[in-house]
Write a protein that binds this ligand. Structure first.
Ligand SMILES: [Fe+2]
Length: 242
């Protein structure tokens, strides 16, 4: 499924307008809370704020920068095995679906705004891109269901919904927080519990797909995600991914 050809659909002007609306609104909303890695990666990625992205262009750009390519996620949530196989192979699955205009606030289907605006800036960075590949290797090094679930949660609560410390500030790290204004505000609300990223605690915390999370986890620095991969492998006696 993930090896299907990348295609840019014949988007309508209305589709481009939806992208431009989401982009402008989110940029303003997240900029004060964005982490350094994302802020540094966005100009390198070079998305057009007004026009929907052609996946072939951004696949080529990432290939030049970090050796990653985009693959077609066929507009569906991938199963975890397919997902981590893609990561291990330096492929990031993307959809080419853009939500309908009446779904600006919420889309029940994964749409490309999350992937391009939330995730891809990180993949312009060598260290992050290599860490993502190692996450894939870690998952594939195990055939144990508990470990698979735990590794999925470690990925989820760091790269999808993690927060990160920058000096005295708390910034957003996870792609899901960049693409959801509601969940970003929720995650930064002082009344919402936030914990230091503890592998055992995160491994025991279910992810929420259809609602905001009741708690969030804080990474110490951009190298922390790499340490999580190696620490989990050591804790579980798995081969260190390479
Ligand atoms: Fe995501």
């Amino acid at each position: 499924m993930t090896n299907q050809m990348l295609v840019m659909p014949a988007y309508t002007e209305e589709d481009h307008h939806t992208w431009a609306t989401l982009y402008a609104r989110q940029w303003e909303h997240v900029a004060p809370y964005a982490c350094q890695q994302w802020l540094a990666g966005m100009p390198v990625l070079g998305l057009d704020p007004l026009r929907l992205p052609d996946p072939r262009v951004y696949s080529g750009r990432l290939a030049e920068l970090t050796g990653w390519t985009l693959s077609d996620a066929a507009n569906a949530y991938l199963g975890p095995t397919e997902w981590f196989e893609a990561l291990a192979d330096r492929r990031f699955p993307v959809t080419n679906y853009i939500r309908r205009p009446h779904e600006i606030e919420f889309t029940p289907l994964p749409d490309l705004f999350h992937e391009y605006f939330g995730h891809l800036a990180f993949f312009t960075d060598h260290f992050f891109a290599e860490t993502a590949r190692l996450f894939g290797e870690l998952y594939l090094s195990s055939s144990d269901e508990r470990q698979h679930l735990e590794i999925s949660r470690l990925w989820w609560f760091s790269t999808e919904f993690g927060l990160i410390r920058e000096g005295a500030d708390l910034k957003i790290y996870g792609a899901g927080l960049y693409s959801s204004p509601g969940e970003m505000s929720h995650a930064l609300d002082p009344n919402i519990p936030r914990y230091n990223f503890d592998i055992r605690q995160v491994a025991g915390t279910p992810s929420a797909v259809y609602s905001y999370h009741p708690a969030y986890f804080i990474l110490d620095d951009p190298q922390h995600v790499r340490r999580i991969v190696y620490d989990y492998a050591r804790m579980e006696g798995l081969p260190l991914p390479s």
